[in-house]
Design a protein around this ligand. Structure first.
Ligand SMILES: *[C@@H]1O[C@H](CO)[C@@H](O)[C@H](O)[C@H]1NC(C)=O
Ligand SMILES: *[C@@H]1O[C@H](CO)[C@@H](O)[C@H](O)[C@H]1NC(C)=O
Length: 323
Protein backbone atom coordinates (compact mmCIF):
# COMPACT_ATOMS: atom_id res chain seq x y z
CA UNK A 1 0.00 0.00 0.00
CA UNK A 2 2.75 2.40 0.98
CA UNK A 3 4.90 1.55 -2.05
CA UNK A 4 1.88 1.97 -4.33
CA UNK A 5 1.29 5.40 -2.88
CA UNK A 6 4.94 6.31 -3.49
CA UNK A 7 4.70 5.14 -7.09
CA UNK A 8 1.47 7.08 -7.59
CA UNK A 9 3.04 10.25 -6.18
CA UNK A 10 6.17 9.76 -8.25
CA UNK A 11 4.00 9.28 -11.33
CA UNK A 12 2.02 12.43 -10.63
CA UNK A 13 5.15 14.48 -9.98
CA UNK A 14 6.80 13.30 -13.19
CA UNK A 15 3.57 13.97 -15.06
CA UNK A 16 3.38 17.50 -13.67
CA UNK A 17 7.04 18.16 -14.46
CA UNK A 18 6.69 16.88 -18.04
CA UNK A 19 3.53 18.93 -18.47
CA UNK A 20 5.29 21.99 -17.14
CA UNK A 21 8.24 21.54 -19.47
CA UNK A 22 5.92 21.02 -22.44
CA UNK A 23 4.04 24.23 -21.66
CA UNK A 24 7.29 26.11 -21.18
CA UNK A 25 8.70 24.81 -24.50
CA UNK A 26 5.48 25.70 -26.34
CA UNK A 27 5.54 29.16 -24.80
CA UNK A 28 9.18 29.65 -25.72
CA UNK A 29 8.53 28.55 -29.30
CA UNK A 30 5.57 30.89 -29.69
CA UNK A 31 7.52 33.71 -28.13
CA UNK A 32 10.68 33.24 -30.20
CA UNK A 33 8.56 33.06 -33.36
CA UNK A 34 7.06 36.37 -32.41
CA UNK A 35 10.38 38.00 -31.56
CA UNK A 36 12.51 36.79 -34.42
CA UNK A 37 12.60 38.37 -37.83
CA UNK A 38 10.55 36.26 -40.27
CA UNK A 39 12.62 34.34 -42.82
CA UNK A 40 12.51 35.20 -46.54
CA UNK A 41 9.60 32.83 -47.31
CA UNK A 42 7.44 33.99 -44.41
CA UNK A 43 6.55 37.34 -45.96
CA UNK A 44 3.38 37.92 -47.95
CA UNK A 45 2.80 40.76 -50.34
CA UNK A 46 0.45 43.33 -48.82
CA UNK A 47 0.41 46.39 -51.08
CA UNK A 48 2.28 49.64 -51.62
CA UNK A 49 3.36 52.55 -49.49
CA UNK A 50 1.02 55.37 -50.54
CA UNK A 51 1.62 58.33 -48.19
CA UNK A 52 4.40 59.45 -45.85
CA UNK A 53 3.46 62.05 -43.22
CA UNK A 54 6.16 63.66 -41.13
CA UNK A 55 5.04 65.62 -38.04
CA UNK A 56 7.78 67.94 -36.75
CA UNK A 57 5.20 69.90 -34.71
CA UNK A 58 3.07 67.97 -32.23
CA UNK A 59 -0.57 68.69 -33.09
CA UNK A 60 0.40 70.55 -36.26
CA UNK A 61 -0.22 69.65 -39.89
CA UNK A 62 2.02 66.98 -41.40
CA UNK A 63 4.67 67.48 -44.06
CA UNK A 64 4.05 65.08 -46.93
CA UNK A 65 7.30 63.57 -48.12
CA UNK A 66 8.23 61.31 -51.04
CA UNK A 67 10.94 59.73 -48.99
CA UNK A 68 12.09 59.84 -45.41
CA UNK A 69 14.63 58.36 -43.06
CA UNK A 70 13.10 55.82 -40.68
CA UNK A 71 15.09 55.41 -37.47
CA UNK A 72 14.39 53.66 -34.18
CA UNK A 73 12.92 56.94 -32.94
CA UNK A 74 10.63 57.31 -35.93
CA UNK A 75 10.74 59.44 -39.05
CA UNK A 76 13.52 61.98 -39.56
CA UNK A 77 14.20 64.46 -42.31
CA UNK A 78 16.78 67.25 -42.77
CA UNK A 79 18.06 66.81 -39.22
CA UNK A 80 14.53 67.17 -37.80
CA UNK A 81 12.72 64.44 -35.90
CA UNK A 82 9.08 63.65 -35.17
CA UNK A 83 7.40 66.05 -32.74
CA UNK A 84 10.64 67.97 -32.26
CA UNK A 85 8.47 71.01 -31.53
CA UNK A 86 5.91 70.74 -28.74
CA UNK A 87 3.66 73.44 -27.30
CA UNK A 88 2.39 73.75 -23.72
CA UNK A 89 -0.60 75.72 -22.55
CA UNK A 90 -0.91 77.94 -19.48
CA UNK A 91 -1.79 74.92 -17.30
CA UNK A 92 1.45 73.23 -18.34
CA UNK A 93 -0.42 70.67 -20.44
CA UNK A 94 0.91 69.47 -23.80
CA UNK A 95 -1.05 70.97 -26.66
CA UNK A 96 -2.55 68.47 -29.08
CA UNK A 97 -5.09 68.95 -31.84
CA UNK A 98 -7.84 67.16 -29.90
CA UNK A 99 -7.91 69.94 -27.29
CA UNK A 100 -6.74 72.77 -29.60
CA UNK A 101 -8.15 71.99 -33.07
CA UNK A 102 -6.53 75.11 -34.58
CA UNK A 103 -3.11 73.51 -34.03
CA UNK A 104 -3.93 71.77 -37.32
CA UNK A 105 -3.75 75.17 -39.05
CA UNK A 106 -0.02 75.33 -38.24
CA UNK A 107 1.78 74.10 -41.35
CA UNK A 108 5.50 73.46 -40.96
CA UNK A 109 7.77 73.60 -44.03
CA UNK A 110 11.37 72.39 -44.13
CA UNK A 111 13.63 75.27 -45.21
CA UNK A 112 17.08 73.73 -44.71
CA UNK A 113 18.97 71.47 -42.31
CA UNK A 114 17.23 71.84 -38.90
CA UNK A 115 15.30 74.92 -40.02
CA UNK A 116 11.51 75.06 -40.23
CA UNK A 117 9.16 77.78 -41.38
CA UNK A 118 5.77 77.74 -39.66
CA UNK A 119 2.81 78.98 -41.66
CA UNK A 120 -0.80 79.59 -40.63
CA UNK A 121 -3.78 81.34 -42.24
CA UNK A 122 -3.66 85.16 -42.03
CA UNK A 123 -0.29 85.10 -40.27
CA UNK A 124 3.14 86.10 -41.51
CA UNK A 125 5.29 82.94 -41.44
CA UNK A 126 7.93 82.51 -38.75
CA UNK A 127 11.25 80.66 -38.83
CA UNK A 128 12.27 78.14 -36.18
CA UNK A 129 16.00 77.45 -36.42
CA UNK A 130 17.06 74.48 -34.29
CA UNK A 131 20.73 75.17 -35.02
CA UNK A 132 20.37 78.46 -33.21
CA UNK A 133 18.02 77.27 -30.44
CA UNK A 134 20.30 74.32 -29.63
CA UNK A 135 23.57 76.25 -29.71
CA UNK A 136 25.53 75.70 -26.47
CA UNK A 137 24.93 76.70 -23.79
CA UNK A 138 21.17 76.17 -23.62
CA UNK A 139 18.93 75.43 -20.70
CA UNK A 140 17.14 72.06 -20.54
CA UNK A 141 13.86 71.70 -18.72
CA UNK A 142 12.86 68.15 -17.71
CA UNK A 143 9.25 67.00 -17.54
CA UNK A 144 8.57 63.54 -16.14
CA UNK A 145 5.41 61.52 -16.60
CA UNK A 146 4.77 57.77 -16.28
CA UNK A 147 8.44 56.85 -16.26
CA UNK A 148 9.00 58.89 -19.39
CA UNK A 149 11.14 62.02 -19.39
CA UNK A 150 10.82 64.86 -21.86
CA UNK A 151 13.79 67.22 -22.22
CA UNK A 152 12.70 70.60 -23.46
CA UNK A 153 14.48 73.71 -24.67
CA UNK A 154 12.37 76.84 -24.75
CA UNK A 155 11.94 78.67 -28.05
CA UNK A 156 11.94 82.49 -28.27
CA UNK A 157 9.26 84.91 -27.06
CA UNK A 158 8.33 85.64 -30.69
CA UNK A 159 7.57 81.94 -31.23
CA UNK A 160 5.26 81.82 -28.20
CA UNK A 161 3.43 84.89 -29.43
CA UNK A 162 3.16 83.63 -33.00
CA UNK A 163 1.72 80.29 -31.90
CA UNK A 164 -0.71 81.89 -29.43
CA UNK A 165 -1.99 84.18 -32.20
CA UNK A 166 -2.30 81.33 -34.71
CA UNK A 167 -4.08 78.92 -32.37
CA UNK A 168 -5.83 81.07 -29.73
CA UNK A 169 -6.06 84.37 -31.63
CA UNK A 170 -4.45 86.22 -28.76
CA UNK A 171 -0.96 87.29 -27.77
CA UNK A 172 -0.29 84.87 -24.91
CA UNK A 173 -1.28 81.44 -23.76
CA UNK A 174 0.95 78.95 -25.55
CA UNK A 175 4.67 78.30 -25.29
CA UNK A 176 6.75 76.48 -27.87
CA UNK A 177 9.63 74.15 -26.98
CA UNK A 178 12.13 72.00 -28.79
CA UNK A 179 11.73 68.46 -27.51
CA UNK A 180 15.18 66.84 -27.52
CA UNK A 181 15.53 63.28 -28.77
CA UNK A 182 15.36 60.67 -26.01
CA UNK A 183 18.65 59.02 -25.08
CA UNK A 184 19.42 55.64 -26.65
CA UNK A 185 17.48 52.89 -24.88
CA UNK A 186 15.22 55.32 -23.05
CA UNK A 187 11.51 54.57 -22.87
CA UNK A 188 9.50 56.34 -25.59
CA UNK A 189 6.07 57.74 -24.71
CA UNK A 190 4.53 56.11 -27.79
CA UNK A 191 5.82 53.65 -30.37
CA UNK A 192 7.52 55.58 -33.16
CA UNK A 193 5.55 54.79 -36.34
CA UNK A 194 1.76 54.93 -36.74
CA UNK A 195 0.60 52.91 -39.75
CA UNK A 196 -2.82 53.33 -41.36
CA UNK A 197 -4.47 50.80 -43.68
CA UNK A 198 -6.38 52.82 -46.26
CA UNK A 199 -8.96 50.10 -46.94
CA UNK A 200 -10.11 50.26 -43.31
CA UNK A 201 -10.74 54.01 -43.65
CA UNK A 202 -12.74 53.28 -46.83
CA UNK A 203 -14.79 50.73 -44.93
CA UNK A 204 -15.42 53.26 -42.15
CA UNK A 205 -16.56 55.82 -44.75
CA UNK A 206 -18.98 53.30 -46.25
CA UNK A 207 -20.49 52.78 -42.81
CA UNK A 208 -20.74 56.57 -42.38
CA UNK A 209 -22.21 57.30 -45.80
CA UNK A 210 -25.53 59.11 -45.67
CA UNK A 211 -24.84 60.20 -42.08
CA UNK A 212 -21.74 62.35 -42.44
CA UNK A 213 -19.17 63.41 -45.05
CA UNK A 214 -16.33 60.98 -45.77
CA UNK A 215 -13.44 61.23 -43.34
CA UNK A 216 -10.03 62.06 -44.77
CA UNK A 217 -7.44 59.39 -43.95
CA UNK A 218 -5.25 62.28 -42.71
CA UNK A 219 -7.64 62.81 -39.80
CA UNK A 220 -6.05 59.72 -38.20
CA UNK A 221 -2.57 61.29 -38.36
CA UNK A 222 -0.74 58.17 -39.47
CA UNK A 223 2.91 58.37 -40.44
CA UNK A 224 2.50 55.98 -43.29
CA UNK A 225 -0.56 54.88 -45.24
CA UNK A 226 -0.61 51.44 -46.85
CA UNK A 227 -2.65 50.97 -50.01
CA UNK A 228 -3.29 47.23 -49.94
CA UNK A 229 -3.87 44.74 -52.74
CA UNK A 230 -7.59 44.33 -53.56
CA UNK A 231 -7.56 40.82 -52.08
CA UNK A 232 -6.74 42.21 -48.60
CA UNK A 233 -9.85 42.88 -46.46
CA UNK A 234 -10.36 45.96 -44.26
CA UNK A 235 -8.99 45.65 -40.71
CA UNK A 236 -6.42 43.13 -41.92
CA UNK A 237 -4.02 45.25 -39.83
CA UNK A 238 -5.45 43.61 -36.72
CA UNK A 239 -3.23 40.63 -37.56
CA UNK A 240 -0.08 42.35 -38.78
CA UNK A 241 2.91 41.36 -36.68
CA UNK A 242 5.81 42.39 -38.91
CA UNK A 243 5.91 44.82 -41.84
CA UNK A 244 8.70 45.03 -44.36
CA UNK A 245 8.81 48.02 -46.67
CA UNK A 246 10.93 47.57 -49.77
CA UNK A 247 11.21 44.65 -52.20
CA UNK A 248 14.97 44.45 -51.67
CA UNK A 249 15.48 42.59 -48.38
CA UNK A 250 18.87 44.20 -47.66
CA UNK A 251 17.78 47.82 -47.92
CA UNK A 252 14.20 47.36 -46.69
CA UNK A 253 12.82 48.85 -43.48
CA UNK A 254 11.40 46.30 -41.03
CA UNK A 255 8.91 47.13 -38.28
CA UNK A 256 7.29 45.09 -35.55
CA UNK A 257 3.81 45.50 -34.05
CA UNK A 258 3.74 47.39 -30.77
CA UNK A 259 0.11 48.36 -30.06
CA UNK A 260 -3.24 49.26 -31.54
CA UNK A 261 -3.82 52.99 -31.81
CA UNK A 262 -6.72 53.73 -29.43
CA UNK A 263 -8.75 56.66 -30.68
CA UNK A 264 -10.06 59.78 -28.98
CA UNK A 265 -11.88 62.98 -30.03
CA UNK A 266 -8.86 64.07 -32.10
CA UNK A 267 -10.17 62.10 -35.10
CA UNK A 268 -13.39 64.16 -35.11
CA UNK A 269 -11.52 67.33 -36.10
CA UNK A 270 -11.75 68.20 -39.77
CA UNK A 271 -8.24 68.81 -41.13
CA UNK A 272 -9.36 71.49 -43.61
CA UNK A 273 -11.38 73.85 -41.40
CA UNK A 274 -10.24 72.69 -37.91
CA UNK A 275 -13.79 72.22 -36.64
CA UNK A 276 -15.10 69.29 -34.64
CA UNK A 277 -17.71 67.11 -36.29
CA UNK A 278 -21.08 68.10 -34.73
CA UNK A 279 -22.29 64.47 -34.80
CA UNK A 280 -19.17 63.24 -32.96
CA UNK A 281 -18.16 61.25 -36.05
CA UNK A 282 -16.22 59.18 -36.89
CA UNK A 283 -15.52 58.32 -33.22
CA UNK A 284 -19.17 57.48 -32.53
CA UNK A 285 -19.26 54.98 -35.42
CA UNK A 286 -15.92 53.41 -34.50
CA UNK A 287 -17.19 52.83 -30.97
CA UNK A 288 -19.96 50.66 -32.43
CA UNK A 289 -17.62 48.06 -33.89
CA UNK A 290 -13.95 48.71 -33.10
CA UNK A 291 -13.76 48.39 -29.30
CA UNK A 292 -11.21 45.61 -29.56
CA UNK A 293 -8.79 46.27 -26.75
CA UNK A 294 -10.36 48.93 -24.62
CA UNK A 295 -14.02 49.28 -23.57
CA UNK A 296 -14.05 53.03 -24.36
CA UNK A 297 -11.45 53.72 -27.03
CA UNK A 298 -11.82 52.10 -30.44
CA UNK A 299 -8.79 50.81 -32.37
CA UNK A 300 -7.92 52.36 -35.74
CA UNK A 301 -4.35 52.21 -37.02
CA UNK A 302 -1.39 50.36 -35.58
CA UNK A 303 1.79 51.48 -33.83
CA UNK A 304 5.04 49.86 -34.90
CA UNK A 305 8.54 49.73 -33.50
CA UNK A 306 11.35 50.05 -35.99
CA UNK A 307 13.40 46.87 -36.07
CA UNK A 308 15.58 47.66 -39.08
CA UNK A 309 16.17 51.30 -40.02
CA UNK A 310 16.43 52.64 -43.54
CA UNK A 311 14.82 54.91 -46.10
CA UNK A 312 11.10 54.79 -46.83
CA UNK A 313 9.90 55.81 -50.29
CA UNK A 314 6.43 56.33 -51.73
CA UNK A 315 5.40 53.50 -54.06
CA UNK A 316 7.54 50.87 -52.40
CA UNK A 317 6.19 47.35 -51.99
CA UNK A 318 4.97 46.40 -48.52
CA UNK A 319 5.15 42.85 -47.15
CA UNK A 320 3.54 41.42 -44.05
CA UNK A 321 4.04 38.55 -41.63
CA UNK A 322 0.87 37.81 -39.70
CA UNK A 323 0.52 37.23 -35.97
C1 LIG B 1 -2.71 40.88 -55.42
O1 LIG B 1 -2.88 39.60 -54.91
C2 LIG B 1 -3.10 38.60 -55.87
C3 LIG B 1 -3.43 37.31 -55.13
O2 LIG B 1 -2.53 37.08 -54.09
C4 LIG B 1 -1.87 38.48 -56.74
O3 LIG B 1 -2.06 37.52 -57.74
C5 LIG B 1 -1.59 39.84 -57.39
O4 LIG B 1 -0.38 39.79 -58.11
C6 LIG B 1 -1.50 40.93 -56.33
N1 LIG B 1 -1.41 42.23 -56.97
C7 LIG B 1 -0.37 43.00 -56.79
C8 LIG B 1 -0.43 44.34 -57.48
O5 LIG B 1 0.59 42.68 -56.16
C1 LIG C 1 -15.88 71.95 -42.16
O1 LIG C 1 -15.80 70.98 -43.17
C2 LIG C 1 -16.77 69.94 -43.06
C3 LIG C 1 -16.46 68.90 -44.12
O2 LIG C 1 -16.35 69.44 -45.38
C4 LIG C 1 -18.14 70.54 -43.19
O3 LIG C 1 -19.12 69.52 -43.08
C5 LIG C 1 -18.34 71.58 -42.09
O4 LIG C 1 -19.60 72.20 -42.25
C6 LIG C 1 -17.23 72.62 -42.15
N1 LIG C 1 -17.39 73.47 -41.00
C7 LIG C 1 -17.28 74.79 -41.10
C8 LIG C 1 -17.49 75.56 -39.82
O5 LIG C 1 -17.04 75.36 -42.14
Amino acid sequence: MRSLEVIAWAGLSIGAAVGGITIWLAYRKANSRRRQLPSADEWQHLGTLKIINFYPVKGGAPIRLDQVECSELGLQSSGLWERCLVAYDECGVVVFAGSYPRMLSVHPKIVSEKVLRLEAPNMPPIMVDLNELLREPYEVLEKRKNGNVKRLVECRAEHHEWLSRAVLQREHGLQLYVKLKPYAGEKLDIAPVLVMHERSVHDLNERLSGKTKPVDCQQFRGNIVVDSNASIPPYNEDNWLWLRIGADVESSVVMRYNADCLRCILINVNVENYTRNPDFEPLRMLKKYRLRQNPKEPSMGVYFDVYKCGILKIGEQVFVNYA
